[in-house]
Design a protein around this ligand. Structure first.
Ligand SMILES: [Zn+2]
Length: 152
């Protein structure tokens, strides 16, 4: 087709340019490194009171989040309904990547159960604009991957 304008650079022309690593988004990295340790260590799973309603891993029953931390139920995951959470526990983040979602291009990282490795959803690291900013640092738990336990 006729879309040659940006992709075509002569391979030899860039040989003399000094290697300067693109430091485009330091904020996202800082955000991630700041959030990773806090989310898993701020709450100790094994001290969740018995009367707290929680979300657990559908596969291994590990407690993943307090239902108190639920922000919104009106989200869609890969497999259907999903929850937006303020925090999760006993989870582990995958590789950071850009993903095009219904609301625009977001920087996200997949969220896994720290106990069995099951993929649970993702974390929003960077949102495309101010309107979506409230999702940054928050987590998507897919309904299909979790079990709701109401202990009260
Ligand atoms: Zn699990």
């Amino acid at each position: 087709m006729q879309s040659q304008s940006q992709a075509q650079t002569t391979p030899a022309s860039s040989s003399s340019t000094p290697p300067s690593p693109p430091s485009a988004e330091p904020t996202a990295i800082t955000l991630l490194s700041r959030l990773c340790p806090t989310t898993t260590s701020a709450l100790d799973l094994h001290h969740v009171p018995n009367d707290k309603a929680v979300f657990s891993c559908a596969k291994c029953s590990e407690v993943l989040a307090l239902q108190d931390e639920l922000v919104s139920k009106a989200f869609m995951g890969r497999s259907g309904r999903a929850y937006l959470m303020n925090s999760t526990i006993n989870t582990r983040l995958g590789k950071r990547e850009e993903r095009k979602l219904m609301t625009g291009k977001h920087t996200v990282a997949d969220l896994h159960c720290a106990s069995c490795g099951q993929e649970l959803g993702w974390m929003y690291i960077k949102a495309p604009n101010g309107e979506q900013r409230y999702k940054e640092g928050r987590y998507i738990l897919e309904d299909a991957q979790i079990v709701k336990e109401n202990n009260w």
